[in-house]
Design a protein around this ligand. Sequence first.
Ligand SMILES: [Zn+2]
Length: 360
Amino acid sequence: PPAVDRLEQIPIIRKDDLPALQASEPPFGGLVAVDPGRLQRIFASPGPILDPQGEGEDFWRFRIAFAAAGFRAGDIVMNSSAYHLTPLGFMLDNGARALGCVVIPAGTGQTDLQVRVACAVRAKGYAGTPSFLYTLLKRGRELGTPLPLEVAWVIGEMFPDSLRSDLRDEFHLDVLQGYGTADLGLLAYECAEKGGMHLHPECILEVLDLETGAQAAPGQPGQIVATIFDPAYPLLRFATGDIGAMASPSKCACGRTAPKLAGLLGRMGDAVKVKGMFIRGAEIEKALKAFPAVARFQAVVTRDHHQDHLEYVLEVAPGAAVDVALVAEALRDAVKVRGEVRTGPVPENARRIDDRRVWK
Ligand SMILES: [Zn+2]
């Protein structure tokens, strides 16, 4: 389409460049178009990246996705995503509220308490990451108080088919997902037909070939680059670092005409998403600088029973010793995701983060 052709003349802003941009021109790198006093909230995502929230009851545009997933006004919704510093909690909260849902700001963790509250108020909906949804449902069953959920919408993590079918077969829950980022808000969401995520009508989404930077053909992987026109935080050609592919054009039985993102395929660069949060090799390396006894390290990400696991392997220099508990504490402060720490051999030139998860 001609509009997108002309878009290609605009330079790309890379998400990985945001920390440096924001540091050189605090606080927002010159990208916020309104007086900071007119923002609603300011968040801090790992990076660190500051994320502004401008005006409006549904600043990040999530309402449309909840509506497509069967949420309705008056539904009581557990929002099990973090409200602290990172924006996902408020993103989902605002979207559900805009639709007229009653939101329980449950946040992450405290699984047993969340089960009790969801049962006490007969929560009908769930919003949050897919792995925590599975945890909550299993815990409810273990406690003899199955959750009364009827609708669920997930984001923030890969949502493999195996988890989707376990949720359907074990808990009779048909779960829909969406895709977005802390900077851009919602970009795409599933309708009941699934088969990819419809692009949000208020964004332009490009999938750019990883080598040439040209528009990738449907089915071909590329970096997801998005443009949003928010008056407070307009982002033109913002390169997310996420790799995805567009679906082949076809008529969706739901009646929506927006094209579909076929799915997400992974990440570019140094960041890896674990338990819904980004971890970065540079971040880990910086924290471990305080422990000269650590000669080499590797963070290993695996997946078991639909849950991510993070383990740090430290190779200690010959003749040196390291207090594993102290290292664990330093890593907990530096990296938002909790991981186990052990000592062991690490191959020379090992990748800083070894993501061994297989999505199927
Ligand atoms: Zn559809």
